[in-house]
Design a protein around this ligand. Structure first.
Ligand code: HEM
Length: 537
């Protein structure tokens, strides 16, 4: 199929249509009427009451009164940047996604980095997961890779997400603490939820206090699926690798910066781009052939597990360069709406129950944020390719559909819009066979919660271990409930490592565990190693 070629400038050109002319000389009302004076309201006499007919006053005030929309329920604080992505070589053997075919093509992107827990005005350098969301404006529509800077997640099933978010957000009674995991409710939840163990180790490590958004990795977290033109699928994990390397703050710096410059990460990103130090990230993939779905000691549909890179190395397939700051924070960074369900032909989902739940949540929350499903028409969210469909009525509709026909099938509208065949770029879902009993149960293959947490701990240097213990002293030391502290030591940490549990217990007024019940790390390599190597060849 012939489609308009979309290059790096397409999004900029498209946005140009919505940009205000900075050289316009006169202040006007929203209706375009020029204003003669804006410093005084219209009054009956210079000391008299203000008049209702002062349309300029009313309009100016009304706008201010409405200059906010609900902040994101999570990831409220973020910073955005424009740029482009280029693939290194055609990925046609694995995916038919057009933006992954031609190394000469630059696909425009918009990225938003974020913290998760704090409100829009919270400090940048808190200990937290960082969001790393990328919107690719491809010639086949928008593709969103909505990732984090940590490769695993706290929970395995999306139905636990509301509980996780309630536990990690400020408490409902006193709206504290603001942007730290250091509170009773979060640690109460974590101590009762062993599946959080692996992610906890990452969150307590240096990874959770990045030095710069330019210096952190990104991960799609879930196993996704690539599909080629022959309809063959492969499992894939997505990675972003920063060309500046991975660097972190130390806790003392992070705390001081939170006071001295709460905009530390936002400023760093902005200034780097302004001075031409463009942040660069390579896109990496870990490929797992369909036939190897069950070849690992863990389930690849379990988002609390990563696939060790020594088993399936990351292949770097392209590079993203961020080269332009947004013109307007609200219009772009605040109004951008990412959604893991925004995929293009050649990229598909898996049955990861966390991913499946995300596919519902994002648009649902965005309708709350924008009070309309027409947020897709906001310039930053518009694809650079034409959009034709028969929906649209609702708050803030921008597009003016023509004609009397808004249903399908029709004959009165000439049968349009027509359906695209697969060859014409129509999205066809991967034909995975699914069978099973309707059952509210967790797969047994999701049961092992500690092996990878233990591997993580064991892979740390002495200095890194020390800082994880210090982080736990800081976080758990603030937990009022001794019961929760005891449970964290005995039910979670001691299952990760006796050494870790003992060192932490000493600093938080809890007895060290009497016996080591530390996880017996399964041979994560073992049987899969040959297959993993085979997968790469
Ligand atoms: C933002 C839900 C897991 C990455 C959000 C938002 C919601 C949400 C409601 C706010 C979106 C908005 O207002 O526009 C969920 C649910 C999850 C989940 C239900 C699990 C069941 C994850 C995971 C990742 C992730 C595993 C990383 C792989 C992000 C990012 C954002 C975000 C990066 C911010 C996007 C932006 O910058 O606008 N999520 N999330 N989330 N989520 Fe998730």
């Amino acid at each position: 199929i012939e489609t308009t070629r979309v290059d790096e400038n397409s999004k900029n050109q498209q946005l140009e249509n919505f940009r205000e002319d900075p050289n316009e000389q006169y202040l006007t009302t929203d209706q375009g009427v020029r204003i003669s004076r804006t410093d005084d309201s219209l009054k009956a006499g210079s000391r008299g009451p203000t008049l209702m007919e002062d349309f300029h006053f009313r309009e100016k005030m009304t706008h201010l009164d409405h200059e906010s929309i609900p902040e994101r329920v999570v990831h409220a604080r973020g910073s955005g940047a424009h740029g482009y992505f280029q693939v290194y070589e055609s990925m046609a053997d694995l995916t038919k996604a057009k933006f992954l075919q031609d190394p000469s093509q630059k696909t425009p992107v918009f990225v938003r980095f974020s913290t998760v827990v704090g409100s829009r005005g919270s400090a940048d350098t808190v200990r937290d997961v960082r969001g790393f969301a990328t919107k690719f404006y491809t010639q086949e529509g928008n593709y969103d890779l909505v990732g984090n800077n940590i490769p695993v997640f706290f929970i395995q099933d999306a139905i636990k997400f509301p509980d996780l978010v309630h536990a990690i957000k400020p408490q409902p009674d006193k709206e504290m603490p603001q942007a730290s995991a250091a509170h009773d409710t979060f640690w109460d939840f974590a101590s009762l939820m062993p599946e959080t163990a692996h992610m906890l180790m990452w969150v307590l490590s240096d990874r959770a206090i990045p030095r710069s958004f330019r210096m952190m990795e990104g991960f799609g977290v879930h196993t996704f699926r690539l599909v080629n033109a022959q309809g063959e699928g492969s499992f894939v994990k997505f990675h972003w690798k920063p060309l500046l390397g991975v660097h972190s703050l130390v806790w003392d710096e992070a705390q001081k910066l939170a006071g001295k410059d709460p905009d530390w990460l936002r400023r760093d990103l902005w200034e780097a781009i302004e001075t031409g130090e463009y942040p660069e990230f390579e896109l990496g993939i870990q490929m797992i052939p369909e036939g190897d779905e069950h070849a690992f000691a863990f389930d690849i549909l379990d988002a609390t597990k990563l696939i060790p890179e020594e088993l399936v190395p990351v292949r770097r397939i392209g590079k993203m360069t961020l080269n332009r700051n947004p013109d307007n924070f609200f219009a772009e960074t605040e109004q951008v709406a990412f959604h893991p369900g925004n995929v293009v032909p050649g990229i598909d989902f898996t049955n990861d129950p966390l991913l499946q739940g995300r596919l519902f949540s994002y648009v649902d929350t965005q309708i709350n944020r924008f009070h309309s499903s027409n947020f897709t028409e906001v310039p930053i969210n518009r694809p650079v390719v034409p959009v034709h469909n028969q929906q649209g009525a609702g708050f803030m509709r921008q597009t003016i559909n023509k004609g009397k026909v808004n249903y399908f099938p029709n004959s009165l509208g000439g049968g349009y819009p027509k359906m695209a065949s697969e060859q014409e770029g129509g999205y066809v879902h991967y034909t995975e066979k699914v069978e099973g009993h309707k059952i509210r149960e967790r797969s047994k293959s999701f049961k092992d919660h500690f092996s990878q947490a233990t591997l993580f701990w064991k892979s740390m240097s002495a200095g890194e271990k020390k800082r994880i213990v210090q982080a736990l002293h800081f976080e758990l030391g603030k937990v009022e409930s001794k019961e929760v502290r005891i449970r964290m030591v005995n039910e979670i940490l001691n299952h990760i490592s006796y050494e870790l549990a003992t060192m932490v217990a000493q600093g938080i007024g809890v007895d060290a565990p009497s016996i080591a019940v530390g996880s017996k790390v399964k041979d994560v390599a073992g049987t899969i190693k040959d297959k993993a190597v085979h997968a790469l060849s």
